[in-house]
Design a protein around this ligand. Structure first.
Ligand code: SAH
Length: 345
């Protein structure tokens, strides 16, 4: 067993130069050591159970213009949609019958969904499905707005920091979006009481190993309940259309490192990971992830929520997505759970 992997397992942290060594020497043998330890750690807390979240992509309108994202404002080739409250509610109904007890409402930053509208949706879901958790993933808002959504009953909030390095952040986003505000949002969410998720894209354009080390340090310091990482995948109608995608091997390595650093974190095997490799999500679980997020969005809008090219599962009904993932988890000795899947005490 590699000595640094043992140290990471015991101390839950490494010095920057040690991390750099791991990142630069990502061999098959090292990854085997990392995933062996990381999956053992995940099993200690979660057994062979995998948490599921039903993902509802409620709007692809976005006022932001992130250079990497397929639904950025400037992409005029996108067919824009927003789900009605009834449609969102029906997704939950379908999801509930399939055993989902967490719904993730994700979308672009769509001003139509102001606090009043989102509060009404949260209240309606909570009224009908009181035993379910609601996760929001709708970008940057004021502390006051976040408070209002929390008071309405939202439990969790996903907001990837995207990159912890200021100049890298500037290369990925237009100047009205700042790393400072992103981080303020994350700290606000935490203070309010949300279970918070953050994360970044692996292999995003111009990302360096040093950037990744800063990302890991930021995550360790924030100590979020959830960590979402997935490979960057270019979208053909963005400024980064010719950039290289992130690698499977590096994403798997980082899942293992993050699992060893934050043993109890909820870490999904993301759709992007399943997109760059047919067995990406299974490999993600074997590397230490413990969450999957099947899609509950109406099939009619699936292909319009395209953040990157070739996204998987855009033609499948919710039930198909769920049973496909259940089979995939079963094939590697894991089992999909039908509880809320909260952060372990
Ligand atoms: N508007 C919300 C939700 C964003 S979509 C927000 O700002 O948080 C969720 C995540 O998809 C983003 O945080 C980003 O990390 C990821 N994403 C966007 N474009 C991507 C791409 N081209 N490849 C891989 N992941 C991407």
């Amino acid at each position: 067993m590699n000595k640094l992997v043992e140290k990471l397992d015991q101390e839950h942290c490494l010095e920057a130069k040690e991390l750099l060594w791991l990142l630069e020497n990502n061999s098959v043998e090292l990854r085997q050591d990392l995933s062996k330890k990381a999956s053992e750690v995940a099993k200690k807390t979660f057994g062979n159970g995998i948490y599921t979240r039903g993902l509802i992509e409620f709007s692809n309108y976005c006022k932001n213009d992130c250079y990497y994202c397929g639904i950025r404002k400037s992409n005029d080739q996108v067919h824009r949609y927003r789900l009605t409250e009834d449609q969102i509610f029906n997704c939950c109904k379908t999801g509930y019958a399939l055993g989902f007890r967490t719904f993730v409402l994700q979308g672009g930053e769509d001003p139509y969904f102001d606090d009043d509208r989102v509060v009404a949706i949260i209240q309606e879901i909570k009224k009908n499905f009181a035993d379910c958790a609601i996760t929001l993933s709708m970008g940057e808002k004021s502390k006051k707005s976040y408070e209002c959504l929390y008071e309405a009953g939202a439990d969790r909030y996903l907001l990837r920091h995207e990159t912890a390095n200021k100049s890298h952040y500037k290369r990925l986003h237009p100047s009205n979006l700042t790393i400072e505000n992103r981080m303020t949002c994350l700290r606000d969410l935490k203070e309010i009481g949300f279970q918070v998720g953050t994360g970044f894209m692996v292999g995003s354009p111009i990302q360096t190993m040093e950037n990744i080390i800063e990302d890991i340090a930021f995550i360790k310091e924030l100590d979020p309940q959830m960590i979402g990482i997935g490979p960057f995948i270019p979208h053909h109608n963005t400024p980064f259309k010719n950039a290289n995608p992130g690698s499977l091997e590096q994403t798997l390595q980082l899942i293992s490192i993050l699992r060893l650093m934050l043993p109890k974190a909820l870490i999904p095997a993301t759709t992007a990971l399943g997109t760059i490799d047919p067995r990406g999500r299974e490999l993600g679980i074997l590397a230490g992830a413990n969450v999957v997020m099947p899609n509950l969005s109406p099939v009619a809008v699936r292909k319009d929520y395209s953040l990157y090219d070739n996204k998987i599962c855009t033609g499948d009904e919710a039930a198909e997505c769920r049973s496909c993932l259940a089979k995939r988890m079963d094939s590697i000795g894991y089992e999909i759970l039908t509880n809320r899947g909260d952060y372990p005490e």
